[in-house]
Design a protein around this ligand. Structure first.
Ligand code: DGL
Length: 258
């Protein structure tokens, strides 16, 4: 019912970048954020593994936490499980995320775009179809970034170690006169500034958080589940590794601009 919370799910803390947009757009709603840090990273797991983990956590959020709507705020989990979840719960407003390739492609004439995401996301059908769709209109370079989400999980959003890591994977693309970088993993907006520093000021950065938040708001309204705008909403953080330090870092990331 309308007074129940909206659940936002990710493999760890990355989905907080999407949660922030949702709270900005729907401050009257109550949110539960669940990060599965015990099983992260998802991006190097098999698709079946990611599917099962995602489905079991979403089931928990719907059945034990009475979530009225679900945001799968993880590109990897979306690619692996959202189609099945929609079939399992057709009555629940449910959104996923996908790399924001469309706005990057539309940003200029024949753009050159680096898509940074997990190895799993870049291997799945969802991304391969997007890549094919825009193949004629842009040069698209997929860049798997195993290890990048771990910097965010540890709270390292800048500094020499992160810059070295980014140079290691991005340098081969920096002579391609890139016009844009798509952040195809919800952890990466937290390291946007460092990515931008490595790529240079002329390369635009795209992420899909705002679009996902708008879509969820639209679906909640369409289902007649929106809260009264006068209600003061709340955010509750949960993690499959519920140590106090992790919960503190989740709160900190929620208040970090990205
Ligand atoms: N935040 C997740 C995503 O958007 C991935 C991180 C992971 O590898 O678990 O894909």
């Amino acid at each position: 019912m309308f007074s129940d919370p909206i659940a936002v799910f990710d493999s760890g803390m990355g989905g907080i970048s999407v949660l922030k947009e949702m709270v900005r757009l729907m401050p009257e709603e109550d949110f539960i954020y669940f990060g599965d840090s015990a099983n992260a990273p998802y991006g190097v797991r098999t698709v079946e593994d990611v599917r099962q983990l995602t489905i079991s956590h979403i089931r928990f959020l719907l059945e034990e936490k009475s979530a009225k709507a679900i945001a799968v705020a993880c590109n990897t989990a979306t690619s692996a499980a959202v189609r099945d979840l929609r079939k399992m719960y057709p009555e629940v407003p449910l959104v996923g995320v996908e790399p924001a390739i469309k706005p990057a492609v539309n940003s200029c004439d024949h753009p050159r775009i680096l898509v940074m995401a997990t190895p799993r996301t870049l291997a799945e059908e969802k991304f391969l179809k997007l890549e094919e769709l825009y193949d004629d209109m842009a040069d698209i370079y997929p860049l798997p970034c195993p290890g990048l989400m771990e910097f965010v999980e540890q709270g390292t959003l800048s500094g020499p170690d992160l810059e070295d890591y980014l140079h290691g994977i991005m340098d081969p693309y920096l002579d391609k006169d890139l016009t844009g970088i798509v952040l195809g993993c919800t952890h990466y907006p937290f390291v946007r500034k460092t990515i931008s520093k490595v790529a240079g000021p002329d390369v635009r950065i795209f992420d899909g958080s705002l679009g996902t938040a708008r879509e969820l708001a639209r679906r909640i309204r369409a289902a007649g589940l929106a809260r009264d705008p006068g209600h003061k909403g709340s955010v509750t953080f949960m993690n499959s590794l519920p140590d106090p330090e992790r919960l503190h870092l989740m709160e900190t990331l929620f208040h970090t601009s990205c």
